[in-house]
Design a protein around this ligand. Structure first.
Ligand SMILES: [Zn+2]
Length: 416
């Protein structure tokens, strides 16, 4: 009996280690499992997909700055990666998402006109949710050796201070990245509408972050592209080969300008052309499993999909840029005085008094008390009182956020 137990133990051990890095990420599998257990979330994701498919081609828009907070939850000193390693990751993201990556030279002429500047910039947060100064990097030691995979009480431990991890910062306004050692897959990301808000973000194993420190010897995943790929999932992009671990030529990534392909290119750095499903594969796309050095582009179709997903499912990030600026730039008292909410709305609109000069332009967003976005629009300041349309909303408490012109203001709204 004892012998049998030992044999089973060995078998499990072997299976576990053979899974190691058998795929670069596990985000899509996590999404599929989550939707199977949560039919409501599946319906909401279907609505989001419909919205995205109805969006028109990319229009001219201004780049947005998105604040990122890194939670380094470490067990051994080696896992406690340096600020420098994290900064090297930011640099990679800002090159890859702005099409200024050196590897863009690898894009074959067939795909060059499809390569997108995603117009997203990422910064390390310079101010915390409560307005305090920060460098955007939180550190905490944990007693668990594989904190990045740990599940306890049905929750991802790394996302909760009470479970030995680190609580998320407002996931509507910050991209949360937890850096913690993982046993099975290097990384996973939350798709929009997936899982608890407190766990919304990306979990990544330390040597997959950036290009220096422990990343330098982690070839072929030493160039920071794991997080580029995971952010793609976070913004609702699928693998180019579709669901599952290999493609079938019948299932797609829901993006029109990325050709169907039959494999993931895991562990490969191929030369163009690679033909599958009747056409040349865009194997150098960031949403493949290709080696870091051989990834080079997002497509225009993926850009459309990402921006539609931000507008529909992560709109707070469009208003979050202020967290990229050091605290000293904007004086808090000025922000507080900038808008004043006049109570007793007419039932159709909220009225605001402002000291902002006429002609300034702000974004506004009305969210539920739980942070769910309900409405948004643009506020172009004119003389007199400003109004925000709230017609048709049921009685209750809401939060109005106004951002732009270097400020972020919020106020509580009661509709009776
Ligand atoms: Zn992936």
């Amino acid at each position: 009996m004892a012998l049998r137990l030992i044999l089973i133990g060995c078998l499990v051990g072997l299976l576990s280690s053979s899974e190691l890095w058998a795929q670069r990420c596990v985000s899509q599998e996590r999404l599929a499992a989550y939707l199977q257990q949560h039919p409501d979330a599946e319906a909401a994701r279907a609505d989001l997909e419909n919205f995205i498919q109805l969006q028109q081609a990319v229009q001219t828009r201004s780049t947005i700055d998105i604040p990122v907070v890194f939670h380094v939850v470490w067990n051994t000193a080696e896992e406690n990666i340096s600020d420098e390693q994290i900064l090297s990751q930011l640099e990679v993201l800002n090159r890859d998402f702005r099409r200024t990556n050196n590897s863009a030279g690898l894009i074959p002429s067939l795909f060059q006109s499809l390569a997108a500047d995603m117009e997203l910039n990422f910064c390390l947060a310079r101010r915390s949710p409560d307005g305090a100064s920060t460098n955007g990097i939180l550190r905490r030691q944990t007693s668990f050796p594989f904190m990045g995979d740990r599940i306890a009480n049905g929750r991802k431990s790394v996302c909760y201070t009470a479970e030995g991890g680190s609580d998320a910062w407002d996931t509507g306004r910050y991209v949360n990245v937890w850096v913690a050692r993982r046993q099975f897959f290097p990384a996973e990301a939350s798709f929009p509408g997936m899982g608890a808000a407190a766990e919304d973000g990306i979990i990544i194993s330390p040597p997959f972050v950036g290009t220096t420190g422990s990343a330098a010897s982690n070839q072929p995943y030493h160039l920071g592209r794991t997080l580029t790929h995971e952010l793609g999932h976070y913004f609702n992009l699928y693998h180019l080969w579709g669901p599952g671990q290999t493609g079938s030529c019948t299932q797609s990534d829901e993006v029109a300008d990325t050709p169907l392909q039959s494999r993931s290119y895991l562990g490969e750095c191929p030369t163009h052309p690679q033909i599958s499903c009747g056409s040349a594969d865009m194997f150098m796309n960031f949403m493949n499993y290709t080696d870091d050095a051989c990834m080079a582009m997002f497509s225009n179709g993926q850009k459309n999909r990402v921006w539609a997903a931000i507008a529909a499912a992560r709109p707070g990030l469009m208003l979050a840029a202020q967290a990229c600026s050091p605290v000293s730039v904007v004086q808090a008292p000025q922000q507080e005085a900038l808008f004043e909410l006049l109570q007793n709305p007419t039932g159709e609109s909220l009225l605001l008094r402002t000291m902002a000069p006429a002609g300034q332009r702000f974004h506004w967003q009305l969210v539920s008390m739980w942070g769910a976005p309900l409405r948004q629009g643009t506020l172009l300041i004119h003389a007199g009182l400003q109004s925000v349309d709230v017609s048709g909303l049921s009685a209750g408490m809401y939060v109005l956020r106004i951002g732009g012109e270097g400020v972020l203001w919020s106020g509580k709204v009661v509709i009776e």
